[in-house]
Ligand binder design. Structure first.
Ligand SMILES: NC(=O)c1ccc[n+]([C@@H]2O[C@H](COP(=O)([O-])OP(=O)(O)OC[C@H]3O[C@@H](n4cnc5c(N)ncnc54)[C@H](OP(=O)(O)O)[C@@H]3O)[C@@H](O)[C@H]2O)c1
Length: 299
């Protein structure tokens, strides 16, 4: 299978480059090889490489900065995926793309299903939703995997930040009114690779009968505050922590340029039943992720 992976330097892309390596001939690109704002170059490259599957882990993910960089966020999260989808359609290839819980407004009392209405509160969420719609409109075989609270210990994630804060501050104030599904980038990459393996040797045929939007995150939901508690508890180098108190704060206590949705738990049962997986619990994933923590994560 010939696979083009975009966004290889990101949290998810870094893991994907490793997990999809055994599946065939993989062309993995980051911004150094191809700037995705150059849409003509993107289209040209896809037509030159003729992949059977495009896996798009690239995105503009700076949620607050997106409020002032609207055009760039739209280019990377909507126009570039549209180019990928049109090229995939022309080549009879499939596109696997990642989206976000931020397409929702967070007002639901229960976990969001794929059929729930979208209503993004910020530019990032709107740009990701535009990307979803552009892919669907292009009509290629596709999977749009909406995920949430993605972390890796390599990236600048909530987990790595919490570990660093805990080494500097006696008291941490963490919001307790944001609830979501923490998703380990490794777990997301491994499940994506497993789905890709199921699609062999005819990925376009396999994905064309399963095309759609799916929710895919760590199983179970938690508040940011309880997520932070778990991070500190599972830290294998807890003796380095200075933090003695974790205090609950509300989102309103930390004004940010972008509004954040509060309750964005994702119901992932449609993905599980379609592809035959049982998604691991977020806390089990966190335990595994933390067991790889380097000796001194540092500030
Ligand atoms: N992080 C989260 O909490 C979260 C939550 C929900 C959904 N998601 C979605 O999950 C997917 C993966 O997220 P992630 O956390 O792995 O993102 P990430 O770490 O920010 O990685 C994004 C990737 O896109 C690349 N990129 C950015 N601008 C580019 C450009 N102009 N040209 C080429 N490449 C460019 C980045 O390159 P450099 O970094 O090297 O510049 C990086 O490789 C995305 O679709 C995201 O929207 C993420």
């Amino acid at each position: 299978m010939r696979i083009l992976l975009l966004g290889k330097t990101g949290q998810l892309g870094w893991e994907l480059e490793r997990t999809i390596a055994p599946l065939g001939e993989v062309y993995a690109l980051g911004p150094q090889e191809l700037n995705l704002t150059d849409l003509d170059a993107l289209a040209g490259l896809i037509h030159k490489l003729q992949p059977q599957v495009i896996v798009n882990a690239s995105a503009y993910t700076a949620v607050d900065r997106a409020e002032s960089q609207v055009d760039l966020a739209m280019q990377l999260n909507a126009q570039a995926p549209a180019v990928m989808a049109k090229a995939a359609r022309a080549l009879n290839a499939a596109l696997i793309h990642f989206s976000t819980d931020y397409v929702f407004d967070g007002e639901n009392d229960s976990a969001y299903t794929e059929g729930d209405p979208t209503n993004p509160l910020n530019v990032y969420g709107q740009s990701k939703l535009n990307g979803e719609l552009a892919i669907i409109e292009a009509g290629c075989a596709h999977l749009i995997l909406r995920t949430s609270w993605v972390y890796s210990l390599r990236g600048d994630s909530f987990v790595s930040k919490t570990l660093a804060w805990a080494r500097q501050q006696e008291t941490l104030c963490i919001v307790s009114d944001q609830v979501g599904n923490p998703t380990w980038a490794r777990m997301l990459a491994e499940i994506t690779a497993a789905v890709l393996a199921q699609s062999m040797p005819a990925p376009q045929k396999y994905f064309s009968t399963r095309s759609g939007v799916y929710h895919l995150g760590g199983s179970g939901s938690v508040s940011r505050l309880d997520f932070a508690r778990a991070i500190l508890r599972l830290d294998p180098h807890a003796e380095q922590q200075k933090t003695r108190t974790l205090e609950a704060a509300s989102t309103a206590d930390f004004p940010t340029p972008a509004r954040r949705p509060l309750h964005t738990s994702l119901d992932c049962s449609y993905f599980e039943s379609t592809f035959g997986f049982r998604l691991p619990n977020w806390e089990d994933c966190l335990r595994l992720a933390m067991s790889e923590q380097p000796t001194n994560p540092g500030p």
